[in-house]
Design a protein around this ligand. Structure first.
Ligand SMILES: NC(=O)c1ccc[n+]([C@@H]2O[C@H](COP(=O)([O-])OP(=O)(O)OC[C@H]3O[C@@H](n4cnc5c(N)ncnc54)[C@H](OP(=O)(O)O)[C@@H]3O)[C@@H](O)[C@H]2O)c1
Length: 228
């Protein structure tokens, strides 16, 4: 049985990872502000705001997945310094705080690994994404730096999704027509479901990926790399 810590397991991609890991029989700790009604002896949750509260002590962690993020889309001149700071705080500093807190526990784990989240808008320039893409570019940088620093013990990888049907994206995917247009703008003519992204995270925390570290996996229906 593996011990998985999901920060942001209550909703979206993190919740999909959580359900899969529980189905595998692994032990899951979830840190999020809201509570889940899960009655499973392999599940423990902590209602914590990653930016405000002290993080709980957790004795065993083999993999840490950091899911909290944001989508702030505004024309550059409408972005305030505060917008950039907020995006940096939840996407980068929350991940830094989590990794610093649990690093020593992770080092003692079995095939230990960390999974972080970027966005398609780092590899592909997209209008109105300057705040979120700069925060997520920092995540891609920290992924590679920590993968080097923590080798050979802890693997560190990052997933860069395209738009995915979660609460975070609901203001963008606000009706069927918009969803269809966005879907058609992807080479694979599909946007992602949470399970599509979670599948890559589940791979990255499994022993099957034990030779993969320092990578940014672009799970984006071809958006960042293909022109067709
Ligand atoms: N969805 C997309 O279209 C998309 C596209 C590109 C990249 N991404 C990235 O993929 C990652 C996961 O996205 P998602 O769509 O699954 O997000 P989501 O639906 O907003 O879920 C985020 C999770 O993080 C938790 N969380 C948020 N703020 C928190 C805080 N201050 N303290 C503790 N927990 C907090 C939330 O739980 P509570 O609210 O209960 O605290 C929730 O469980 C993010 O990093 C996002 O930037 C997503």
């Amino acid at each position: 049985m593996r011990n998985i810590l999901i920060i942001g397991g209550s909703r979206g991609i993190g919740n999909s990872i959580l359900k899969h890991q529980l189905n595998l029989g692994n032990y899951c700790n979830n840190i999020s502000r809201s509570s889940l009604e899960i009655n499973n002896e392999n599940y423990k949750e902590y209602q914590v705001d990653i930016l405000k509260d002290e993080l709980p002590e957790i004795d065993f962690i083999d993999s840490l997945v950091y899911c909290p993020g944001s989508i702030t889309l505004k024309p550059f001149l409408q972005l305030k310094e505060e917008d950039f700071k907020k995006d940096f705080e939840i996407n980068v500093l929350g991940a830094v705080k989590s990794i610093q807190k649990y690093l020593n526990t992770l080092k003692k784990g079995s095939n230990p690994s960390i999974v972080l989240f970027s966005t398609v808008a780092v590899a592909k320039g997209m209008a109105f994404h300057s705040s979120i893409s700069s925060a997520k570019a920092a995540i891609e940088g920290i992924t590679k730096s920590l993968a080097a620093e923590f080798a050979p013990t802890i693997r560190v990888n990052c997933i860069a999704p395209t738009i995915t049907k979660t609460d975070l994206a609901k203001n963008i995917l606000r009706n069927e027509k918009i969803e269809e247009n966005i879907s058609n703008s992807h080479p694979l003519k599909k946007i992602c479901e949470p399970d599509d992204i979670a599948a890559t995270a589940n791979f990255l925390i499994s022993k099957e990926s034990n030779k993969i570290t320092g990578q940014i996996l672009r799970v984006d229906s071809g958006m960042s790399t293909l022109k067709i």
